[in-house]
Design a protein around this ligand. Structure first.
Ligand code: 5GP
Length: 330
């Protein structure tokens, strides 16, 4: 499997969370504030409050290093062979963590996992948080460019995420255009909530290389046409949308709309910690809900390779591996 949409701080498992909390007894975090259990739901706004709580728990560079290594190992244990992780660089005055030292910690975690020779390739996208505004967005892209040059192909792109009710897409056009110019690939969260046509149209004009969620794109014929014309792949996260209540039920998930249209879609987890899932479960849920055959599931996973941000050499190697695995998977 390939995981292309995973936010680091949303992907922390309950085991790792327990270890982090044990190191910070002064933080009084009530139960259920870092994970939404099976069968439970929250409003989208509450999900974003959960991220703020998690950020209090991962406030030091050593936390970020540990979390990165654990998350990569867990994806590898789930059978993910190629992972694009994303995260928002963060300053924490109380601990002295800076956006730069934050990114260094993530990239060190990825490097250490490489040394462990896990069966997984990892790339990284630097996240621009909508809540932080346009000036921070430009600083973040500048940092992404610095690390793109110094990490030999690990930093491959930029993500636009954060609370979709905060700010407006136009605030980020300049920063995202600069990222593109520098050769960074763009994955943008678009139309996660209703009535964002104007903003989405503006951002689709960049154009993005992939779209995160796109939950309400199909309520506008014009947006659907634009996305179809560019064949922009959609990163779809079923459990996340169900638990965050932007989708009423799995059979009404927009996976069905785009899949039936033969539009490129990639199944992802979003925040495997917060939403208590993993990529195998997400494939299973899509297969059960939309009655996909084993062959169709294999094809979904195979076609995801076309949409990764790594080099064509990596794509070719993954495709060969997938072809070799095919007989055992069907
Ligand atoms: P981090 O970037 O701190 O590693 O991961 C958590 C952050 O990812 C959140 O604070 C938020 O900015 C972003 N994020 C996680 N899940 C979602 C989502 O479903 N939608 C959006 N727009 N942003 C998300």
């Amino acid at each position: 499997m390939k995981e292309l949409h995973a936010h680091l701080n949303g992907s922390i498992s309950s085991d790792t969370m327990k270890r982090l909390m044990a190191q910070k007894p002064d933080l009084q975090i009530p139960n259920g504030m870092t994970m939404i259990e099976k069968g439970k739901k929250r409003r989208l706004e509450e999900c974003f409050q959960m991220f703020q709580i998690i950020h209090q728990i991962t406030s030091r560079t050593e936390d970020i290093l540990m979390v990165t290594k654990d998350v990569v190992r867990e994806f590898a244990a789930d059978g993910v062979k190629y992972l694009e992780l994303r995260s928002t660089p963060r300053d924490e005055n109380a601990t002295g963590m800076t956006k730069r030292s934050y990114l260094e910690a993530v990239l060190e975690g990825i490097r250490q996992c490489n040394e462990e020779e896990l069966d997984i390739e990892v790339r990284f996208l630097v996240s621009v948080d909508r809540r932080a505004g346009s000036t921070v967005a430009k600083q973040t892209v500048k940092l992404a460019e610095d690390f793109q040059l110094s990490t030999d192909g690990v930093v491959v792109g930029v993500d636009l995420s954060g609370n979709p009710t905060a700010g407006h897409g136009r605030d980020f056009l300049e920063a995202l255009t600069e990222a593109r110019r520098a050769g960074l690939r763009l994955s943008l969260h678009l139309s996660e909530i209703p009535n964002r046509e104007e903003e989405t149209k503006l951002l689709l004009d960049l154009p993005p290389d992939r779209i995160g969620h796109g939950t309400f794109l199909h309520s506008s014929r014009e947006l659907v046409e634009l996305v179809k014309q560019n064949r922009t792949p959609l990163e779809l996260c079923l459990t996340s949308n169900l638990k965050g209540q932007t989708t009423p039920s799995s059979d009404q998930h927009h996976f069905g709309f785009w899949y039936r249209m033969d539009h490129p879609v990639v199944i992802c987890t979003d925040d495997k910690g917060v939403f208590a899932t993993d990529l195998s479960q997400e494939y299973q849920l899509a297969a059960d809900t939309f009655q996909l055959s084993k062959e169709q599931v294999w094809n979904l996973s195979y076609e995801a390779i076309d949409h990764i941000f790594a080099s064509s050499r990596t794509k070719t190697a993954l495709k060969e591996r997938w072809q070799a695995l095919k007989p055992s998977m069907l």
